[in-house]
Design a protein around this ligand. Structure first.
Ligand code: HSE
Length: 436
């Protein structure tokens, strides 16, 4: 083969990182591929602004996406523009033109993955996406190749660096949520719309992609219960620490008895487990396979060079096949198993709970709250009543044993309807077995 020609859509942060790696590592990459590799065309709407660390004059820049998508010389199209459109149409066009595609676009795969993978399969092309989940951590490859002999039983991930940064700062410096979010935005960690990061949507996108691959079952975004971190207070964080826990935004998947539960929410985990030490913008994924047992992956989940590292992993895999004259097979794509798992409704999920009840300091308040929990078959593990900070309310903090989500939601409604409860009760789910 003369050379593998790569076309890039988008010369933003990640696109520039991919170009930088090309210039700094070209010789080793070509040795690893077994053929020369060329950047054939790079399309972006802005081809005049300087890109730090790159001499733009040396790049094959164009404002015309067709030079990447329709040029017969391009073998691999790398989509790094993000968002749903025109990214979706561009990928479909590239596949229809017989090109292999690499993408880092988690929102797109989580929303239109089924359509895009079907198009890739139909054309016998690869649609590779290592950079879409957990940035520089080679997690997709690990699940797809390294763990191929396993049935995955559970996954717990800190997969959004922005919310992990915010929770870490709130924990270490006692700052309020809004203050730290503004800082994260200023540092460029947050997505264009920070709601995606802090309300758990970005984590849900990544969980959709990972779960589809790991459990070989069709998963829709709407199957995932999603709750973000914007309501977490410094008070919850302090109380969690007093009780030996940290609060993390976890993406959780658990399979068992033919069912699959999928959820993203703030979670208290014991501060003795390795995952509680994952702080700042780092990501970590803890998973269990029935053959290998427990594994933990840790690294940078975002950023120019870690993400470029994953994009190149995909480019090299495809380029090696092209160099060897091998085609893609359906097994190169996420494929569903013959036995699908059924999605467990959130009401049936079980967990332990932290409750922060703000109640009036008067006789029988605790008895009323305990009575509601008992009636809903929720057993209390511990109770702390803090000294009164507010003119009327006293915080009553409870930890429960495991109970069903449906029972907890019913109990919460009843507790909040009590005349003595002055503000809505805060609830955080607690996981202590998985991440040890
Ligand atoms: N905004 C994402 C994060 C970037 O904070 O993790 C990587 O997907």
């Amino acid at each position: 083969m003369e050379a593998v020609n790569v076309g890039i859509l988008g010369l933003g942060t990640v696109g520039a990182g991919v170009a930088k790696v090309f210039f700094s590592h070209r010789e080793e990459l070509e040795e690893k591929i077994g053929a020369p590799v060329k950047l054939h065309a790079i399309a972006d709407l802005d081809i005049t602004s300087p890109r730090q660390g790159l001499t733009t004059g040396e790049l094959p820049l164009t404002t015309d996406a067709a030079r990447v998508l329709d040029d017969a010389a391009v073998d691999i199209v790398v989509e790094l523009i993000g968002g749903l459109e025109p990214a979706r149409s561009f990928i479909l066009r590239a596949l229809a033109n017989g090109k292999h595609v690499v993408t880092a676009n988690k929102a797109l795969l989580a929303t239109h993955g089924e359509e895009l993978f079907a198009a890739a399969c139909k054309r016998g092309r690869m649609l590779a996406f290592e950079a879409a989940v957990a940035g520089g951590i080679p997690l997709i490859r690990a699940v797809k190749e390294g763990l191929v002999a396993n049935r995955i039983t559970s996954m717990y991930g800190i997969v959004n660096g922005t919310s992990n940064y915010i929770l870490s700062k709130m924990t270490d410096e006692g700052q309020e949520f809004g203050q730290v979010l503004a800082e994260a935005q200023a540092k460029g960690y947050a997505e264009a719309d920070p709601t995606f990061d802090v309300e758990g949507i970005d984590s849900a996108h990544k969980l959709q992609i990972l779960a589809t691959l790991a459990f070989r079952t069709p998963v829709r975004l709407s199957d995932i219960y999603v709750e973000g971190i914007s309501k977490i207070t410094p008070q919850d964080i302090i109380l969690a620490r007093e009780m030996g826990f940290r609060i993390k935004l976890l993406a959780i998947a658990k399979a068992g008895n033919g069912t699959l539960e999928l959820r993203v929410h703030p979670t208290m985990i014991p501060d003795s487990v390795p995952m509680s030490a994952v702080s700042g913008v780092f990501n970590a994924v803890f998973l269990n396979g029935d053959v290998v047992n427990d594994l933990m992956f840790y690294g940078r989940g975002a950023g120019q060079m870690p993400t470029a590292s994953s994009v190149w992993a995909d480019i090299v895999e495809i380029a090696r096949r092209l160099a060897a004259g091998q085609t893609a097979t359906p097994q190169d794509l996420p494929i569903f198993g013959s036995k699908h798992l059924s999605l467990k409704p959130m009401e049936e999920v079980t967990s332990a709970y932290y409750l922060y009840v703000s109640a009036m300091d008067q006789p029988a308040v605790l008895a009323q709250v305990a009575g509601i929990l008992g009636k809903n078959e929720i057993s209390i593990a511990s109770v702390i009543q803090k000294v009164r900070q507010h003119a009327k309310a006293v915080p009553v903090v409870m930890m429960t044993h495991e109970a069903q989500e449906g029972s907890m939601q019913k109990a919460l409604k009843e507790i909040n309807n009590l005349r003595v409860v002055v503000v809505p009760t805060r609830m955080i789910r607690v996981e202590d077995s998985p991440v040890s």
